[in-house]
Design a protein around this ligand. Sequence first.
Ligand code: MLT
Length: 437
Amino acid sequence: PQTIFDAIATRIPSRAALAAKLMMKYRDSTVHEVTVENIMGGMRGLPCMLWEISESDATGVRHHKQSLSELEASLPKWPGSTQMSPEAMLWFLYTAQIPTSAELQGFAAELARRAELPSDALAFIDTLPKNISADSQNIMIYTFLGKYSKFNAALARGISKDDLWKHALEDALDVIARSPVIVAAVYAKANGIAQNAVPFSPAFDMAHNFARYIGKEGDNDFIEFTRLCWAFYLDHGASVSSHGMRLASSSWADPYSSLAAGYIGATGPLHAKAIGDSVKFNLKALAALGSDPSRDEIIAYIGNYISEKKIIPGYGHALLRVRDARLEILRRFLDEHPSSDPQARSLLSLIRNMNECVPELLRERVPGMKNPHPNCDTLNGCILHAYGYPSDQLMLFFACSRAMGFMTQYVWDRALGLPIERPLSVTMDELLAKVQS
Ligand code: MLT
């Protein structure tokens, strides 16, 4: 079987040729007119971030032209699993090729071999104060690990630009493999579990290794859920965190620091903080309404949020205009793996009820809201909560997945020789002068 290095090297010439064609033949062609709304509206609707690993639009995300459900059907699964394999998805993302079973096994073993954290990083994690958030700890650990960047070491030695991607890939694979260990180490510290008591083993895939590390090896549903989430959550186009990662990395900041930059963007309530906020919101609603409230009770409860102009976590989306396909994947998982815990069942049933009524209410009461549908954040954190996963660490769990997406793009940015990002900034006065001239 090929290694990931061989498979990427095989793909580079055709993608580099396409980049050259776009730059030489179509250099001055217009793709989109920039309107004032694009500029005032956070670049919404402007196709201006080159991002090779996915195409996202109002209907959802595709990777190399394949929808998530097509990929679920075609990618090989880990032996004994019925869920998507994150390693298989990652291979596909890097190469646009479906891995063979042997490639999948070899790739998972390679990642497990790279997973160990240097002892000074574990010591650093132990020194982090408990009164800073898990998200902040996570970000600090990535920046700490920058000292181990092979990409930085190669730059310091002086290397050809043609070889940058190989050194980027060395770091990318290390950082992807280490992400679950970092998250597990933060989890272990918070829960009084000894660090590295069960080191990652090449015999298992990432999700299984992660579960062993945090003492959940016996919970097969949790392992399956981890596989599924890490496989489908790994990228969503030009989200704030992807864009943050890409912007930092375009200056050749190393992969560890670039990931930290992306994760900082995720800590806002309009992005991935919504995962934890949604758990709090739904638990509060459960305490107030019980598991099976009437439609009128839900409408009265949510109506207060709307009147007070509060965010309702897990509803709406900056890009999607239909129901989030990722939510359907989560629902199907729940149907196939119902929770045995009565409190969790009540919570999940309430969410399902609310998902039916809230969109209609938002449509009526919030004029201008472009998408009132629930998105995956209405449910993802609550399922993890049902597995006993701490609510203040949810973003870290999902960050393991984003590390895979972001680090794939990082390598391709270097392989294609993409330049530093440097758009022109513009003041409102300049904007007015331009449109009035
Ligand atoms: C994501 O998956 O990153 C969220 O759906 C947010 C976004 O795409 O902007």
